[in-house]
Design a binder for this molecule. Sequence first.
Ligand code: NAD
Length: 477
Amino acid sequence: MTKIPIAVAEGDGIGPEIMKATLHVLRAAGASLEIHPIEIGEKLYLKGFSTGIDPAMWDTIRNTKAFLKAPITTPQGGGFKSLNVTIRTTLGLYANVRPCISYFPFVDTKHPEMDVVIVRENEEDLYAGIEYRQTPDVCASLKIISRVGSENIIRYAFEYARQMGRKKVTCFSKDNIMKFSDGLFHKVFDEIAKEYADIINEHWIVDIGAAKLADTPEIFDVIVMPNLYGDILSDVAAQIAGSVGLAGSANIGAKGAMFEAIHGSAPRRAGQNVANPSGLLLAAIQMLVHVGQVDVATTIHNAWLRTLEEGIHTYDIYKEGTSKKKVGTDEFAQAVVACLGKKPEKLKPVVYKPKTSLPSHPHIPSTTKRSLIGVDVFIYHKGTLEQFFSRIQHINIGPLRLKMITNRGVRVWPEGQPETVCVEQWRCRFLSDSGNGVSQHDVIQVLHAFDHVQMDVFKSEFLYLMDGKPGYSSAEG
Ligand code: NAD
């Protein structure tokens, strides 16, 4: 079998131990891999690389088919960027796939029937990292959801479901509140779901969806969601399935892929040969499927299930009565190797099929007609509404008229309520009086007018009609 080049980083803390154990199992099972070691993590951060990786390493990652990464330690203190976010966004790894499966009765869980795969969007949402301290006491983060990003992840979820023989894809969003951003995600989900008549689809508002996931996870199959909800709920799902120490994840892009355990570097357990290598091993199994070595992936996964059944457990899942032998990292790996060729007797055996490549769906450029209709001007002002209003009420420039003032998004003029607590962040909305489009020049004149009365403008957001419909939220939500 041709050797597939992969980049391997052993990481920090328990990383080197669980990577050694994982590679031992992969080699013993006959995985045909050419390993290119790379260094990432704490040492690199401390050498002054703010993202935890030497830029010279990018080429190794690019020139290999997959990246198997052990957890790293992020040093305390400011100025360090998340290496994971950097890798995902730099390499365009848009899909994060986390199977969360119960191994009851061999691993304790309240949810014996749980078998859920969370497909999390990996590049957008609040993780775009566009954050501002707008005033001394008000901060804001920008939530970015794009049609292309949503199409990619949602199509990936349906293709994954089809390929893995799963029956249903559920979408979680909060589009009852975030009507534009989460609204777009939900709309794209409904559009793409129509292309997959063989797969059931449904949508849940994320709060009640999360409650159901924690209570009755067996009603879900594949769940697709934007980045932040996926980050939180995939940990919840892994934990209620049995342990975060048992879950692996795949980060998939059009041109690369990274595989890792979902847990961190557990520094307190480092160097003691006690850590459970299962999360990284399951991630490596996903990697083998990704690079086409499905038979080896199937053999290792079944051997691992059999090891769990035989009660050979690391400390984190060891339970008196259920477990038979408490082992360390190396012994666990040896036990998996000893089970190669065996299948589980009670747990469901795994059979991986060769992956078909994702069908290409060129993005169709939007034909939406966009017309500038006004501007929201954000102002830093410490004082009352009356003081604020007296300084800006005359600003009605050209076709633009002051229509509304809000504070933290709540309308305070016209017809504000006395109970509304106002902070130092104000927003004035100007809209075209006639309802006709305005020019950029008109909008800039409004900003000039604020400057003229020495108001402290820190941000403006231009307002558009999209095919005649407002492309901005009203204060009423
Ligand atoms: P953690 O997941 O490293 O550890 C939390 C606890 O879970 C540990 O104390 C340990 O008891 C247990 N645990 C975790 N993995 C285990 C395993 N394989 N076997 C047995 N027990 C295990 O989380 P943390 O303590 O919050 O973070 C430690 C460091 O890891 C931090 O520097 C953090 O930034 C980093 N981190 C890295 C990644 C990554 O590289 N992908 C992810 C999360 C956290």
